[in-house]
Design a protein around this ligand. Structure first.
Ligand code: GDD
Length: 303
């Protein structure tokens, strides 16, 4: 599919500018529209879809932080589930031929990670927190609309991704921001951390954005509601990432556990099997993890 008009919700968030750049590369003639409406306001979402007349929508708007969803449960469901439904209904009613590419999450698999193997798209949803439950509910609700109402849909389930621009509410920017603060003398040489034993499967946000653009390009070859895990397949221990960042800083830093950063429940190890994205989208991560880490650290050192 070569869309003429691409609407991006959450365009001003962390991932938005990267998806905008990836779509501009993949579809140089397309007009890219940054959605401005409050996604929880159904009338505003309908009006936005009507005005934008998109051929494809990349739905990024959402509460992305596990901690923020825990401290604001109603809001997380209102945005992640209610907002996604508002968008889907608006497309079905006002722009039924438009494609919806949904930004879902590997967090939905939750307890299924206890199997200890890289999970593919067939793994069961077993959310362990409000964030994961809200994303799982949206993913399932969209799947049902693709099956019974003809919603044109591709569901992306991204594993952890980072890069310049991600907020310090997430682990790698949290560490990088503190290291840069210590280097600049703004902070004592003490770095506060949460659970260092957890392992996560990290991608560079630029690789994730490229997969979203490929999903639009290949959408006509995909089954309705097709699901893709976006993962590297390599779990990395958070403590090892911290050690790498501290070593790169070249300074001595004391590490202190902050109980406020520990979670009531945390996935111990996540890793994903992105074989389907490789086969059907021709996608594979291309940016080395060391480059991603360096870029995030430098983005804080330069501010
Ligand atoms: N945020 C944060 N801050 N996490 C910490 C810290 C810290 O100071 N110290 C250790 N951690 C641990 C968390 O307990 C977790 O095990 C891991 O680092 C990663 O935490 P986050 O970066 O907050 O990401 P996440 O895994 O909870 O969720 C991210 O990935 C999902 C996909 O797997 C988010 O980007 C979600 O939006 C995304 O869907």
């Amino acid at each position: 599919m070569t869309p003429i008009r691409i609407l991006i919700t959450g365009a001003t968030g962390f991932v938005g500018p990267y998806v905008q750049a990836a779509c501009a590369r993949e579809f140089p003639d397309a007009e890219i529209i940054k959605a401005g409406a409050d996604i929880t306001d159904r009338d505003a979402v309908f009006a936005m879809v009507q005005a934008a007349r998109p051929d494809a929508v990349v739905h990024l708007a959402g509460i992305a932080s596990v901690g923020a969803a825990r401290t604001g449960r109603d809001h997380a469901f209102a945005v992640n589930l209610g907002g996604t439904l508002n968008l889907a209904y608006a497309l079905l009613e006002r722009r039924p031929r438009a494609l919806l590419v949904n930004a879902g999450s590997s967090e939905c698999y939750g307890g299924s990670f206890r199997a200890g193997v890289p999970l593919d798209e067939e793994a069961c949803f077993a959310p362990l927190n409000t964030y994961a439950a809200s994303k799982a509910a949206a993913d399932l609700a969209l799947g049902a609309l693709a099956a019974e109402a003809g919603l044109r849909l591709v569901r992306m389930r991204s594993f952890n991704h980072t890069g310049p621009g991600q907020s310090a509410g997430f682990v790698i920017p949290a560490f990088a921001a503190q290291i840069a603060g210590i280097q600049a003398g703004r902070q004592e040489p003490v770095l506060k951390v949460g659970n260092l034993a957890a392992e996560r499967d990290f991608l560079d946000v630029r690789d994730v954005a490229a997969a979203f653009a490929s999903a639009i390009a290949k959408s006509e070859t995909l089954a309705p509601g097709e699901v893709f895990n976006l993962a590297s397949g390599t779990p990395r221990r958070i403590g090892d990432i911290l050690d790498t960042l501290i070593a790169a800083s070249g300074i001595a830093i004391e590490v202190q556990t902050d109980l406020a950063l520990m979670r009531p429940v945390d996935i111990q190890r996540s890793s994903g099997d992105a074989g389907k994205a490789r086969r059907l989208l021709g996608w594979a991560p291309s940016i080395p993890f060391a480059t991603t880490l360096r870029d995030v650290l430098e983005s804080f050192q330069n501010t």
